[in-house]
Design a binder for this molecule. Structure first.
Ligand code: ADP
Length: 370
């Protein structure tokens, strides 16, 4: 009886193919036409393709359709030059998931050119980590460019004011205009201080080193102070305190001021076409809630969930308004660290209501009554 012809797998099964089957890397071999004549068991196990279906050019079916052309080009260019090659592409695993693999091929001579032998290694984890690092580096560069631009504007303006001041000081009768330039320079210095403090706060939050100095104080008083402070800096808007009440809490007064000032400055900055900002302070049995409403540009609904993220700025408006995208991130950290909640309600083009709550702990009441 005639014996059944052995499969190609059987023909090549020798000591080396046995070894090749055991190593965790996928191994392949092509002949001098570029057609696959061998894949190891690791390939079969990984791709779920049979040995036979992988031969010839069948292996190409496991390559991601978007990567096929590029991979074929790399292979053909090396093949024509009889040069070793290295490439990266996505390969379909037997569970249907595409994995990044590093493909390496070396030329085989015996003694004439007989093809290539190569390997495929799953590098998905490294690849994803690399991609994440790349995005992070891009974000960092983007941030550095915004930060330097933001720092440069007040410095340039401050320098101009100081130069004029320098010239004016030689003429004694110019005292009034000198005062104007001092005020201007001071404003820019304050801007710079805020920017640098914001940058420092972010590094502190990151390092878990943001310090809080708790005392008992009246929130209403702090709110009024903040409103007065903002009013003295910007007279473009009416800031109206609607609802208010006396309420004592135990918290870091300076940090809570920082949150309120950030909300108020944003309310003014992002409503250049309107002139009203409404402020509310309410309390219930558990907490106190401060909300600040403007009638400005508002926030697109698909951006709201990112608004408290570090460096996040609404792209559509970021060119028009200066800022680093740090204020809300810092505010949310401060509020969360006080055990409160922070949020925003907004409709694009109709304005925004930014709010935060702080818990009323027992401690201030005890301290207040003593
Ligand atoms: P900055 O104002 O410096 O960019 P913030 O962290 O304070 O940083 O704000 C983040 C982003 O949220 C802003 O860039 C802006 O797009 C949006 N935003 C904040 N407040 C308002 C507001 N009152 N109205 C509309 N958009 C706002």
């Amino acid at each position: 009886m005639k014996q059944a012809s052995p499969t190609p797998r059987k023909i090549r099964e020798d000591h080396f193919t046995e070894l090749a089957d055991l190593i965790p890397t996928m191994i392949w071999k092509v002949d001098n036409d570029g057609s696959a004549t061998y894949v190891n068991k690791t390939w079969v196990d990984f791709t779920g393709m049979s040995f036979e279906n992988s031969l010839g050019f069948g292996w190409g079916n496991a390559v991601h359709p978007e990567d096929r052309e590029q991979e074929f080009k790399i292979f053909m260019t090396a093949f024509e030059k009889r040069a070793p090659f290295q490439s990266k592409f996505r390969l379909r695993r037997r569970d249907g998931q595409y994995r990044w693999v590093l493909s390496q091929g070396n030329v085989l001579y015996n003694p004439k050119f007989v093809g290539y032998i190569g390997s495929l290694t799953d590098i998905t984890e490294q690849e994803l980590a690399q991609q994440a690092t790349k995005i992070l580096m891009q974000k960092k560069d983007e941030f550095m460019s915004i930060a330097s631009h933001e720092l440069k504007t007040p410095i340039t303006s401050m320098k101009a004011s100081l130069q004029i001041l320098d010239r004016l000081t030689v003429q004694e009768d110019q005292l009034e205009s000198i005062h104007g330039f001092i005020v201007k320079a001071n404003k820019q210095v304050n801007k710079l201080i805020t920017l640098v403090e914001d940058l420092l706060d972010v590094t502190k939050i990151h390092a878990g080193k943001m310090q809080f100095n708790h005392t008992v104080f009246n929130v209403e008083e702090v709110l009024t102070d903040c409103v007065d402070q903002i009013k003295s800096q910007a007279n473009s808007h009416q800031i109206i305190i609607n609802d208010t009440c006396e309420v004592f809490i135990y918290a870091d007064r300076h940090r809570i001021e920082q949150v309120i000032i950030n909300f108020l400055s944003n309310a003014i900055k992002y409503s250049p076409e309107t002139d009203r900002v409404l402020v509310n302070l309410k309390k219930d049995t558990q907490s106190v809630k401060i909300s600040i409403q403007d009638f400005g540009i508002g926030i697109p609904s698909d951006k709201i969930s990112y608004i408290f993220n570090r460096f996040f700025r609404v792209e559509e408006s970021s060119q028009k308004f200066s800022g680093l995208g740090l204020g809300l991130y810092i505010s949310s950290e401060i509020v969360k660290r006080h055990g409160g909640d922070i949020g925003v309600e907004s409709k694009e083009g109709e304005g925004a209501i930014f709010w935060f709550t702080l818990p009323l702990s027992q401690e201030p009441l005890v301290m207040q009554s003593s």
